[in-house]
Design a protein around this ligand. Structure first.
Ligand code: TXA
Ligand code: MG
Length: 307
């Protein structure tokens, strides 16, 4: 495999309106030219995603992001602190054909993020413009965190696919809206405390879930029923442990109780549990601090408690 040839092939596919399986540091994405409405429509179709749920425009750097969104002082400071990396900013859109109306679901706002993964950066450089890249799962399913899982979910719709290995973070980016008061729309690897250290207090996410259309439905869901905060699983349940709650092997999210390790394992372990012959999945309690807020958010949505 020749990485430079793979990037060139993927960039050419995007130029022709094709879709590309794209590794990022958070989860695998299904990428398309953000300015090509037909390509963007194909992304919605491949995911079975409702067209009212807007996509994130992925950019190489802040300079590109400033051409599609209006940056204020808070946006500048957050981008300086966390880009490239797992942080998405929702900002007023600037009229530019680079991100089509369909990608924004007709809103006058746009979500922008500069991913850190070297293959994502290489593809953005080769393509030379913004790419939409929703998580590569079919709508409502857990996000893929390995190349194999991405191929299984939406690979059939892709003209090219880049193997970047397992995603180091394993949860989707933090989404912060900077329209009026700053709001946390989706917790992620850049923690609430990490955001507040740069721009001050955030409004509660749940109080405002309606503003992020993708947050309304049952999400990240395996097929088997899922129970949370379980310290005493039933005989027909597969138990995803954490720390001392759980067997050390094989499906303990982090035997040492490390939240970053648990986040990286979460979706892959949910998928593994889902493939087992168990009747249900039970997950051990996860502390709610730091990255634990994002892990518990995904678990509650996977269990159908939200929306
Ligand atoms: O880590 C990530 O962000 C991954 C990787 C592939 O980059 N992408 C990802 O995209 O998670 P997606 O489409 O699965 O999630 C995007 C989220 C959705 O909840 C969507 O509703 C929200 O961002 N979003 C996008 N544009 C928005 C907007 N203008 N206003 C509010 N929420 C928006
Ligand atoms: Mg998603």
């Amino acid at each position: 495999m020749d990485p430079a040839a793979d990037i060139a092939k993927a960039a050419a596919a995007l130029k022709h309106g094709g879709l590309v399986i794209l590794p990022t540091e958070t989860v695998y994405g299904l990428a398309a030219d953000a300015g090509n409405a037909r390509a963007v429509a194909a992304v919605y179709a491949a995911k079975g995603r409702p067209a009212f749920n807007p996509l994130i425009a992925h950019v190489a750097d802040v300079a590109t992001a400033r051409r599609i969104a209006r940056f204020d002082e808070r946006a500048e400071r957050l981008a300086a602190a966390y880009w490239p990396g797992p942080l998405t900013l929702v900002l007023p859109a600037d009229d530019d054909a680079a991100v089509c109306d369909l990608a924004r679901a007709g809103l006058d706002t746009v979500a922008v993020r500069a991913p850190a993964h070297p293959l994502a950066q290489a593809l953005l450089a080769a393509f030379g413009g913004p790419l939409v890249a929703p998580s590569a799962n079919r709508s409502g399913r857990p996000s893929p965190t390995t190349f194999a899982d991405a191929l299984e979910e939406t690979g059939a719709a892709a003209a090219a696919a880049l193997d970047g290995g397992p995603c180091v973070i394993g949860l989707e980016s933090t989404v912060v809206a900077l329209l009026d008061a700053p709001r946390l729309l989706r917790p992620g690897a850049v923690t609430r405390a990490g955001i507040e250290a740069v721009i001050g207090p955030l409004l509660e996410a749940e109080a405002d879930a309606r503003r992020s259309p993708g947050r309304l439905t049952r999400h990240y869901a395996p097929n088997l029923p899922l129970r949370l905060n379980v310290t005493d699983p039933g005989p027909n349940e597969v138990w995803l442990g954490f720390g001392a709650f759980g067997l050390p092997e094989p499906l303990n999210l982090s035997p040492g109780g490390d939240l970053a390790e648990a986040a990286a394992n979460l979706f892959a372990y949910l998928r593994a549990a889902d493939r087992s012959s168990a009747a249900g999945i039970a997950v051990a309690p996860i502390p709610d601090e730091g990255l634990g807020e994002a892990i518990n958010d995904r678990l509650r949505r996977a269990a159908g408690y939200v929306g």
